[in-house]
Design a protein around this ligand. Structure first.
Ligand code: NAD
Ligand code: TYD
Length: 355
């Protein structure tokens, strides 16, 4: 089979990656979509059951830190585009285990960059028609005050957690490969995502799960921190747009224009979940439990997404109440998915933390 493009997606068995794989594999049957994932606790092939039979989809289990393997796979599949999502992604874990974050997010990204650079340089057309697309986060910009400001593409980097420091470092390496070797790259920095298939250690799926089970909802500090939430399928659409029309060497911020104080979000989540469970509305309010604040907890994130909106015509499609309702419904209808990934082999980490 001759494919028009061969796109390697790293971290495609994770939360956002699985949505990107699904979108690209179904929308572009003339592309070969290769999903490369190590299948850590956060990567789960059950996220892709509906995709695995597609003829243009291939899964490869590999670690991005394994440089020799990256060289081999890029050459074998004649990859011309990489969408790099593989990472350790949870801030609380990074506080407990920063080394793993440096290994995967920094050294893993470097391993992949160097492999792309080597393999593409040696191809007959060189870097022409190639792209290394690095998926990053708004957390590299640090924290904003409650009373104003937004992150733009010009905002200086100021990461505070080991997670955001490792992502910032990987962003710098990606730009360095562009500036030093001419590697064609593009970077996007996105705000907090929510939606189906998110591992229930992050705020929204963890709290839905706990509401269902009548367990405490651990709100850090006073619940005053603000996050800018985007529905994951909107992020996947943005990645599709940037992959095809983003300008090489550029950075695009992606966000939902949707800022919520954690505690207000928790009230909305309780209301939505209780209603969909047929419980008296607000009956789970008593589960809210204020706990010790996260160390180095960034106060507020907010994205100015006007560059991608104006240049590439992307904008979020869903209102938050709609997206949240879709998400809660999905988690209620996929209790088996939640059970499976929070127990057994996938759940080893989950059990150790949430017991
Ligand atoms: P996730 O933790 O759900 O998934 C990460 C995936 O990477 C998993 O499938 C895991 O198995 C895989 N992986 C981890 N280490 C690997 C390695 N060494 N080699 C190969 N695969 C490996 O993460 P996510 O929330 O889907 O985030 C994906 C990307 O998007 C990350 O780079 C993250 O920094 C970025 N991002 C996430 C958010 C968010 O709100 N979740 C927001 C902005 C940007
Ligand atoms: P999270 O989903 O971990 O994403 P991030 O830290 O990348 O923004 O957390 C979102 C917000 O919710 C953040 O301000 C921390 C807070 N939070 C809690 O209050 N309790 C929790 O149990 C979790 C996981 C997060």
């Amino acid at each position: 089979m001759h494919y028009e493009r061969k796109i390697l997606i790293t971290g495609g068995a994770g939360f956002i990656g699985s949505h990107v794989v699904r979108l690209l594999a179904t929308r572009y049957p003339h592309y070969h979509i290769i999903n490369l994932d190590k299948l850590t606790y956060a990567g789960n092939l059950e996220n892709l059951r509906d995709v695995e039979q597609l003829p243009n989809y291939t899964f490869v289990r590999a670690d991005i830190c394994d440089h020799e393997r990256m060289l081999e796979l890029l050459a074998h599949y004649e990859v011309d585009g990489v969408v790099h999502l593989a990472a350790e992604s949870h801030v609380d874990r990074s506080i407990r285990d920063p080394f793993t974050f440096a290994r995967t997010n920094v050294m893993g990204t470097l391993s992949l960059l160097q492999a792309c650079s080597r393999v593409w340089e040696q191809s007959p057309e060189g870097y022409r028609g190639k792209l290394f697309y690095h998926v990053s986060t708004d957390e590299v910009y640090g924290a904003l005050p409650l009373d104003g400001g937004m992150f733009t593409e010009q905002t200086s980097y100021d990461p505070h957690s080991p997670y955001s420091a490792s992502k910032a470092s990987s962003d710098h390496f990606v730009r360095a490969f562009h500036d030093t070797y001419g590697l064609p790259i593009v970077i996007t920095n996105c705000s907090n995502n929510y939606g189906p298939y998110q591992f229930p250690e992050k705020l929204i799926p963890l709290f839905i799960n706990n509401i269902v089970q009548g367990r405490p909802l651990p709100v850090y500090g006073r619940g005053e921190n603000v996050r800018d939430w985007l529905y994951v399928e909107d992020h996947a659409r943005a990645i599709d747009v940037v992959l095809h029309r983003g300008r090489v060497g550029e950075t695009y911020n992606i966000g939902g224009h949707n800022e919520w104080r954690n505690i207000d979000l928790v009230h909305l989540l309780i209301e939505t979940t209780d209603r969909l469970l047929g419980r008296p509305v607000g009956s789970s309010e008593g589960l809210i439990s204020y706990v010790k604040d996260r160390a180095g907890h960034d106060l507020r994130y907010a994205i100015d997404a006007s560059k991608i909106e104006q240049e590439l015509g992307w904008k979020p499609s869903l209102q938050f109440a709609q997206g949240l309702e879709l998400t809660v419904r999905w988690y209620l209808e996929h209790r088996d998915w939640v059970e499976h990934i929070t127990s057994g082999v996938y759940g080893e980490y989950y059990q150790s933390v949430y017991g």
